[in-house]
Design a protein around this ligand. Structure first.
Ligand SMILES: [Zn+2]
Length: 245
């Protein structure tokens, strides 16, 4: 394949642009913020789950407290009724003994229920405190997530600017090359990552392998407009005064 040496040299500009585009693309996919965001999302989810669990526990305890209070009220009402009967003086001695006995039982029952209620209230208070702590932790995790997302967005916007500029440069460069030369370049680039590079000091710029004597003499004897490729990596080797031929 033949191509004007000046056009061949232009391939180096194209390769530079492509190398930067590849770097930008790699950077976009490997931004540290991406891993950070994935972690932060997990953390937010864990804390949301904890908050829901806490609210459920709190709801259960509230219902238990209400039930306990109702039971205490019922016991108290019964005590009041018994006391009223005792004070009314309309009951006989046997009934009086029974009522006093029942009143004793009710008072013990009330004390037990009140102890249990107190315990419930203490547990509720502890759970509520946990809930407040969980809410703070959730807010912190959400803040960390949005902070990481912001940094990712800024980084992506910067990369997008570089990407757009280089893509524009590439679009301007591409029409310079004959179709076949560009096709060869693209094919090698797709396979090896680098389509063309400078042959500098007898070394292929793409794979960095030093050409042996026979390769050098072969290339030296090749016309300047002949397109030569590296035997090792297939990249188009652009020859200049730096090539050491
Ligand atoms: Zn090579």
């Amino acid at each position: 394949m033949k191509a004007d040496p000046a056009v061949q040299r232009k391939l180096l500009e194209l390769a530079d642009v492509d190398a930067e585009l590849a770097r930008v693309d790699h950077r976009r996919r490997t931004l540290p913020e991406l891993a950070e965001i994935a972690e932060a999302e997990k953390s937010v989810q864990t804390r949301k789950d904890a908050k829901v669990a806490n609210e459920t526990t709190l709801g259960d305890l509230d219902r238990e407290v209400k039930r306990q209070e109702k039971e205490i009220d019922a016991v108290r009402a019964r005590e009041d009724r018994d006391r009223a009967l005792l004070a009314g003086g309309t009951v006989n001695a046997k009934q009086m003994t029974d009522l006093e006995h029942e009143l004793n039982t009710l008072e013990r029952r009330q004390a037990t229920l009140e102890d249990e209620l107190l315990e419930l209230m203490e547990r509720r208070e502890a759970v509520e405190l946990d809930g407040q702590h969980a809410a703070v932790e959730l807010a912190k995790a959400q803040e960390a997530l949005s902070d990481a997302a912001n940094r990712r967005d800024h980084a992506l916007a910067d990369l997008e600017t570089v990407w757009a500029r280089r893509t524009e440069e590439r679009a301007k460069l591409v029409p310079v090359f004959p179709e076949q030369l560009l096709a060869l370049y693209e094919r090698v680039r797709a396979q090896r990552g680098i389509g063309a590079s400078l042959l500098r000091a007898r070394r292929c710029g793409a794979c960095r392998i030093e050409l042996d004597r026979s390769a050098i003499s072969r290339i030296s004897g090749t016309a300047a407009d002949e397109v030569v490729t590296c035997d090792e990596c297939g990249a188009i080797m652009v020859r200049t005064a730096e090539s050491g031929l």
